[in-house]
Design a protein around this ligand. Structure first.
Ligand SMILES: Nc1ncnc2c1ncn2[C@@H]1O[C@H](COP(=O)(O)OP(=O)(O)OP(=O)(O)O)[C@@H](O)[C@H]1O
Ligand SMILES: Cc1ncc(C[n+]2csc(CCO)c2C)c(N)n1
Length: 313
């Protein structure tokens, strides 16, 4: 059986800037931030700035009512500053997208006047606002990375022929059609979508957010709240999770989602799995504990990885 490729994970976006630069990361990351209509995490300004500091491409979106949270709650995260308007201008989203049934009119006109792009998808009542925003980010990033002859480098230094270029574009379209994350191929940049406010309140929304991870399973998406982080570990790869113990852990979980897992194997946990079966109604690994700096996971099914976030980094 072919060896699975290694996928590494590191929550360095939760670390203050001086420590994040390239730490434990095999390739530079392009972060996008989506703010949902749920409690704005205290570290949101940090997530926001990861678009700025180390990324070539970056974008910040609010999913419909997420704009109310940004407007109302971002100033509260700066108790020493008394001018809320200045804070709101500093944290202007690039895009507000959704079915627009939750954003308040005053918030909509405030950001519209600042130049935020408003995308009204009220005609689509079958996908969530988070889903709509992820679609936007993926299109945005792949547009930025559209193949440009001068940027395509092959193993040889020969200039690329017209036929080669056309072949490459076809490959890209094919990969796109197959729902693969094409941007990785072009620039070496890895897209990672951070989703703030994904948990709490309504369980149907939480499940909808988890479902979005499964729908876009080839895109790195991280759901965040003040208390925890959730991401999908696709079964097509083996995983190495580099624990940032100053900000995350020790409590963690591995949960088969969508289908039972016939065999999962881990290292680095207090209760490691060893070719273990997991299913709802049987065993799922909750209330587990990370033991060291690296957790490895291999499974025949997609698993959700969740880890607690520390209150005081
Ligand atoms: N309580 C919640 N918990 C987790 N995520 C949430 C919650 N509320 C909203 N969200 C997320 O924020 C996004 C935008 O929220 P918003 O309230 O604008 O959605 P909505 O489509 O108007 O919801 P609904 O019409 O079902 O009340 C949602 O798509 C969802 O991903
Ligand atoms: C079977 C089924 N269940 C629920 C909805 C409703 N719904 C799902 S996503 C969405 C948009 C929310 O912004 C709405 C209204 C549907 N369409 N189909």
């Amino acid at each position: 059986m072919a060896e699975k490729l290694l996928m590494t994970h590191c929550s360095s976006f939760l670390l203050p800037p001086p420590f994040t630069n390239g730490k434990n990361s095999s390739s530079p990351t392009t972060y996008a931030l989506i703010i949902l209509n749920q409690h704005l995490p205290r570290f949101s300004p940090l997530l926001w700035d990861h678009g700025n500091l180390y990324s070539a491409a970056k974008i910040r979106l609010c999913a419909d009512g997420g704009a109310n949270r940004l407007f109302d709650n971002m100033p509260e995260l700066f108790p020493l500053e008394d001018n809320a308007s200045l804070i709101r201008e500093r944290y202007k989203p690039d895009v507000i997208k959704g079915d627009m049934d939750s954003i308040r009119p005053d918030v909509l006109s405030f950001y519209k006047d600042l130049g935020t792009e408003i995308v009204n998808n009220s005609d689509d009542q079958d996908t969530t606002d988070l889903h709509k925003c992820i679609t936007y980010v993926r299109d945005f990033v792949s547009d930025e990375d559209k193949p440009n002859v001068s940027r395509i480098h092959f193993a040889t230094s020969n200039p690329i022929s017209k036929e080669g270029y056309i072949g490459f574009v076809c490959l890209v379209e094919l990969l796109h059609f197959a729902n693969l994350n094409t941007c990785v191929f072009f620039s070496g940049l890895q897209l990672c979508i951070l989703v703030a406010g994904a948990l709490g309140g309504r369980f149907d929304h939480e499940m909808g957010n988890v479902n979005t991870l499964c729908h876009f399973s080839t895109t790195r998406i991280i759901l965040l709240s003040d208390d925890c982080l959730i991401q999908l570990l696709p079964s097509s790869q083996r995983h190495e999770i580099h624990i940032q113990s100053s900000v995350e852990g020790p409590h963690c979980g591995l949960i088969p989602i969508g289908a039972p897992s016939g065999s999962s194997t881990t290292t680095g946990l207090q209760w490691d799995l060893d070719d273990t079966e997991m299913r709802f109604g049987g065993l799922v690994s909750t209330s587990n504990i990370v033991n060291g700096e690296i957790v490895t996971v291999r499974s025949d099914s997609d698993l959700l990885w969740t880890i607690s976030l520390k209150k005081q980094p």
